[in-house]
Write a protein that binds this ligand. Structure first.
Ligand code: SAM
Length: 291
């Protein structure tokens, strides 16, 4: 349970899932504070990480380090798929993952299925570097529950990305075995999905369960980690699953040069990072081998 608070000039993120640990950012200005039908929403300008989006007391993204996460959760699956055309992003109302998916010329459509219209609205206003891509003609916005959406769209997508908050409340179902099965059904026969894989510092039991569930459904499953300083533990995991038993998830299909990465406005992801992100520190490797 989150007990995060604005404490004088500081935002302190605290939660019983990581008791005794907090992520704090110094506030320059509060830009928005309110409640939607689904959650508490806070947007503030920090002195060190730019504009910050907080949902239910948990930091979702900051202008300074959002690309570490958005690039990884998008390009790990997209650069593992030979010809991604139809992409579904579940959650992700800030637009960052959609922005990354649109970097592929082969991508003809991106559906964003976000449950909370208010998140989209505040991000359009305060985080345009992420949300302005939502006006792209290839993007369709569906405001609704991602769990119901995948059930209703069998065999439709090349890539599905679940950009979800932690598994609490309405997001809990996005971490369940039934949802992974519904995502597999919503993918084409060689489709790939990638979902938020939490942090190995605090969530190993959950990650092990997710891995076990995914392995029972998809023939190819791999787990990667990356660095995001404003997420708890400074780290984020990514669960990558393919319906194609021959998919080489840990090897990127396109070897972008540095010049191409600059042109794509990439900050964190590169073909080298793709490979390296699956090389896990020993305590993680050992734990996940036991699954
Ligand atoms: N990158 C963030 C992280 O991992 O901390 C998550 C980004 S945030 C924009 C995730 C979004 O998922 C929220 O805007 C939330 O409203 C949305 N969401 C939560 N449950 C959902 C559901 N069942 N269906 C669709 N969207 C959902």
């Amino acid at each position: 349970m989150s007990t995060s608070r604005v404490d004088g000039q500081w935002f302190r993120e605290e939660d019983s899932s990581w008791a005794g640990y907090s992520v704090s950012l110094k506030i320059e200005e509060i830009l928005f504070q309110g409640k939607s039908d689904f959650q508490d929403i806070l947007v503030f300008k920090s002195t060190s990480f730019g504009v910050v989006l907080v949902l239910n007391g948990i930091i979702q993204c900051t202008e300074r380090d959002e690309r570490t996460y958005q690039e990884m959760i998008a390009h790990l699956p997209l650069n593992s798929h030979p010809n991604p055309q139809k992409v579904l992003v579940i959650g992700g109302g800030d637009g960052g993952v959609v922005r990354e998916a649109l970097k592929y010329k082969s991508v003809s459509s991106v559906v964003l299925c976000e449950i909370d219209q208010k998140v989209i609205d505040v991000c359009r206003k305060f985080l345009p570097s992420m949300a302005s891509c939502l006006d792209d003609e290839r993007v369709t916005i569906h405001v609704g529950d991602g769990i119901a959406y995948v059930k209703d769209h069998p065999g439709e997508f090349d890539v599905i990305i679940t950009d979800a908050p932690d598994p609490i409340g309405m997001a809990e179902g996005l971490y369940q075995k039934a949802f992974y099965q519904d995502m597999k059904n919503a993918l084409k026969s060689d489709g790939i999905m990638c979902c938020q894989g939490e942090t190995t510092w605090f969530d190993l039991p959950l990650i092990k369960r997710m891995l076990k569930d995914c392995r029972s459904i998809f023939p190819r499953v791999a787990y990667a980690v990356g660095n995001t300083p404003t997420y708890v533990g400074g780290q984020m995991g990514y669960m990558l699953c393919s319906s194609d038993p021959k998919a080489k998830l840990v090897q990127p299909l396109r070897q972008y040069s540095d010049a191409e990465l600059i042109k794509m406005n990439m900050q964190y992801y590169s073909p080298e990072i793709h490979v390296a992100s699956f090389v896990l520190p020993f305590f993680i490797k050992k734990n996940l081998q036991e699954v």
